[in-house]
Design a protein around this ligand. Structure first.
Ligand SMILES: Cc1ncc(COP(=O)(O)O)c(C=O)c1O
Length: 406
């Protein structure tokens, strides 16, 4: 899709607006499966926390994807989008035993990431096949907020606790059908990932009933021109070979699973916002937009750098701007960025806005969440309407008039 299509969509649907390019999601899915074409049994569980609009889930289901869900509500959304229970994995962190039991009763594969719940679940439901999340303590991720492999991480069962884990499995006679790891987001060094995979293979040797190995995700995508990204093709070549050799040694054709979020949807997303005001101060030119971190929190939350283009004036002379939002706190999308000259009412496009953008949006400052549009076959399809005042009031219960009189 082109900049002129985005300008037209902002005119048609208003701003701020999220737009997703279906073709990009489809091509990323193909790229990943092609990279692992040498593996007989490959399964992709889309990490729906990245972007959980039902239309996106449907699109990925058509591609052949399964789902990775982290809450019972995500599981329900997945079922609503047409996934069968056995096409969904539940990989939560720190949720209650009751929630895990409820999801398991729906026929969804559960993944347990701590010994306490594992023991309780195994004692009550020894016949339910379970996957366990191992923490290999390998730091493959980028930002500290999205790294999950360090020794004090709350994620997964430490690989150093393997003997304890095996004892629980033997005592409860539960069935471990899979092991899982997720080393964190933004993997740059494939060798580090492969090293973590070796730790997973080692752990796998302790379990005799495995059906799959889940290598999580964390693939880095480019955020700007010439940016580094995870070399999926190289990872595919190296890991497929190693995985196939491990299956031979294990004596069974296991399924290789990934659960990518960002890789599948990040680059497909564009966030469009209109410039409310251009404000020159003594040192800076601010471009203040009709949105804020309530709609796109990543820059403020973990310092992520989204490319910003002025699609209303793409060929204009470049100047330096600080792009800020309207939230009444520090609300900075970009400091001192070179952007084509901005006038009030121009539409700015934030790239890589598919993953962890709308799905982290809130109503802070009592603003509506924006609409979402899917660009499919050369046309924009509204897949979520912008919220309205009724949505803000929904579920709020005013005090009865008498209670406010003292
Ligand atoms: C367990 C797990 N799997 C998969 C993902 C998806 O990661 P990414 O979006 O980097 O592909 C995450 C991200 O937080 C995760 O925690």
């Amino acid at each position: 899709m082109q900049a002129k299509d985005l300008v037209q969509l902002a005119e048609q649907f208003g701003s701020p607006l999220y737009v997703y390019d279906a073709a990009k999601i489809q091509s990323q899915y193909k790229r990943l499966t092609n990279a692992f074409s040498k593996v007989d049994k490959l399964r992709i569980n889309y990490a729906m926390k990245a972007l959980s609009n039902v239309a996106i889930l449907q699109l990925l289901r058509e591609c052949g994807s399964c789902l990775d869900a982290v809450s019972i509500q995500e599981v329900q959304l997945g079922l609503h989008a047409g996934y069968a229970p056995d096409q969904i994995f539940f990989t939560p962190n720190g949720v209650s035993l009751e929630e895990i039991e409820e999801v398991s009763a729906m026929g969804v594969q559960i993944n347990i990431d701590n010994l306490s719940i594992l023991e309780q679940f195994g004692a009550k439901h020894p016949n339910v096949p379970v996957c366990i999340r191992i923490n290999p303590h390998v730091m493959a991720g980028g930002n500290a907020n999205i790294s999950v492999g360090h020794i004090d991480s709350k994620f997964g069962i430490s690989v150093h606790q393997l003997p304890h884990l095996v004892r629980i499995v033997e005592n409860t006679k539960m069935h471990i059908v899979g092991i899982h790891m997720h080393t964190g987001s933004d993997i740059l060094d494939i060798e580090v990932f492969l090293y973590a995979a070796e730790i997973l293979f080692d752990a796998a040797r302790s379990f005799k009933e495995l059906e799959f190995l889940d290598f999580g995700s964390g693939f880095k995508v480019p955020y700007k021109k010439d940016d580094i990204e995870t070399d999926i093709e190289e990872l595919g070549r190296k890991l497929s070979k190693r995985f196939n050799a491990f299956c031979k040694e294990y004596g069974k054709d296991l399924t290789l699973i990934f659960e990518p979020g960002k890789f599948l949807v990040s680059e497909a997303g564009h966030f469009l916002a209109k410039v409310n005001v251009v404000k020159q101060t003594t040192s800076t030119v601010f471009a203040g937009i009709d949105s804020g971190f309530n709609h796109l929190i990543r820059p403020m939350f973990y310092g992520s750098q989204h490319c910003i283009e002025n699609i209303s004036n793409p060929k204009g002379k470049e100047r330096f701007y600080s792009v800020v939002g309207y939230i009444c706190e520090t609300d900075t999308f970009a400091n001192n960025r070179r952007i084509s000259e901005i006038k009030e009412s121009d539409v700015l496009c934030f790239k890589n806005a598919g993953a962890y953008c709308f799905s982290m949006a809130s109503n802070y400052n009592s603003r509506y969440k924006p609409a979402e549009v899917l660009w499919l076959n050369g046309e924009g399809h509204l897949i979520r309407a912008q919220e309205s005042f009724e949505d803000l009031l929904k579920n709020q219960i005013p005090l009865p008039v008498t209670a406010t009189v003292s």
